[in-house]
Design a protein around this ligand. Structure first.
Ligand SMILES: Cc1cc2nc3c(=O)[nH]c(=O)nc-3n(C[C@H](O)[C@H](O)[C@H](O)COP(=O)(O)OP(=O)(O)OC[C@H]3O[C@@H](n4cnc5c(N)ncnc54)[C@H](O)[C@@H]3O)c2cc1C
Length: 381
């Protein structure tokens, strides 16, 4: 860290998609000295492990504030992709093909019917497809399929390209991206943050954003309690195939797994939901369960090479909702974490909300359910 980095207007802890999106939004609003600190390399954790699906409707069983937030963020993506392309020349490969959701059992069909009914009544774009119709769209789908839904607005983005684009955009905007540096604690004086302690020394900052993903609850402050988010890592494993010619064009879900086709020919298959602490391995049981779901969707996968596998840790707060906005107890501390299964989807809106809270001192009242103040305080040693 050079001498100039010893003070910042805003210091962001964590260089995943959320920290990078917040940094860019702050710089675009004219904040001059934005410093992002990442202990590893940018995007090294959950953000590069993700499947990149932007699928709020496919995953929702009812309308509530979280659902509205995810739809709002999805709908920001076309503008976000265009802006990043203009700023950096990097195409984040936002697809417009839509998402298919397949039913293979009577229970699956009941679930899909419920989802169809409430979304139709809510006036959301959704289509019912017969087995023949969905197989016309994707001929590699298992002939055992009974019915399907199509969510025309739910889609995907290439999340690793998104990370590259956000990094380039931040560099162009003059954001200081400091990798290989660990933040050890916040410094708080008279109920206001004054900076952060790092493995390379103290950095004074007027505001601090906690965007440290699954590690966010590990950050504390000497002699001062912080909101008790109880963020836990939830492991997700992924497999990657390289079928030639490509097997699918749409994101395809079932109740047991999903397939995500990439423009470069890769086909991702996910995932698991495991409480395994901070262990990031791919396991035999994980591979088995992902493969079973993938082969149920498309038995043709069986003959194609499995070329890669990985795992990541989704950051999940105690009540599974994201943690967004200022901390009432301690001036200058903001949270942007707990995005669990939806951090790629929620990155654009998170950037906007946190930058708005810091620069304009505005945080929408209806989003109070995401506030860190919903948790009690705890001292982290
Ligand atoms: C298998 C899998 C599939 C997924 N699929 C999707 C999907 O399809 N769509 C979707 O929207 N979401 C998906 N997600 C979820 C998504 O990946 C996460 O919600 C999102 O990446 C969280 O971003 P983040 O920046 O908060 O966390 P991270 O990407 O984990 O970044 C946090 C960063 O903080 C750094 N850090 C931690 N502590 C410190 C410290 N003390 N000092 C400095 N740096 C620190 C870490 O090194 C890390 O780089 C998936 C996740 C997984 C695992």
């Amino acid at each position: 860290m050079n001498q100039n980095n010893q003070t910042a207007d805003v210091a962001i802890i964590g260089g995943g998609v959320i920290g990078l999106a917040v940094a860019r939004a702050l710089a675009l609003r004219g904040v001059r000295r934005v410093l992002l600190i990442e202990r590893d390399s940018l995007g090294a954790e959950s953000s590069s492990a993700a499947a990149g699906m932007l699928a709020p409707q496919a995953e929702a069983n009812r309308a509530h504030e979280f659902f509205h937030l995810t739809c709002q963020s999805r709908d920001l993506y076309p503008g976000y992709a265009a802006a990043l392309l203009a700023e950096t020349g990097i195409d984040i490969q936002l697809e417009a093909t839509g998402t298919l959701y397949l039913a293979f059992t009577e229970h699956d069909e009941d679930e899909l019917e419920k989802r169809y009914q409430w979304q139709k009544e809510a006036g959301l774009p959704i289509e019912k497809l017969t087995a023949a119709e969905v197989r016309r769209l994707e001929p590699s789908i298992n002939e055992e399929v009974r019915a399907a839904l199509k969510f025309p607005l739910d889609t995907q983005v290439e999340n690793r390209r998104l990370l590259t684009a956000l990094t380039a955009a931040n560099e162009r905007l003059g954001v200081d991206l400091e990798t290989g540096t660990t933040v050890t604690s916040l410094r708080i004086e008279r109920n206001r943050v004054t900076g952060i302690e790092t493995s390379r020394g103290f950095v004074a900052a007027d505001a601090v954003v906690i965007a440290a993903g699954a590690w966010s609850s590990q950050l504390g402050a000497a002699d001062k309690a912080l909101p008790d988010l109880r963020i836990k890592p939830v492991r997700g494993q992924m497999l990657c195939f390289e079928p030639t010619p490509p097997l699918a064009r749409h994101v395809i879900y079932s109740q047991r797994g999903y397939l995500v086709p990439r423009r470069d020919g890769r086909l991702l298959a996910g995932s698991t939901t495991e409480h395994a602490g901070f262990e990031k391995q791919v396991t035999a049981a994980g591979v088995y369960s992902i493969l079973s779901a993938a082969l149920e969707i498309s038995p043709q996968i069986a003959s194609h090479p499995l070329t890669d596998s990985w795992a990541g840790l989704r950051p999940r707060a105690a009540d599974t909702l994201p943690v967004l906005g200022p901390c009432a107890e301690i001036g200058g501390v903001y949270y942007a974490t707990g995005h669990y299964r939806n951090g790629i989807l929620l990155a654009p809106i998170t950037g906007e909300l946190i930058a708005g809270a810091i620069v304009d001192k505005v945080f929408p009242a209806k989003l109070e359910i995401f506030s860190p103040d919903r948790f009690g305080l705890v001292a982290v040693s």
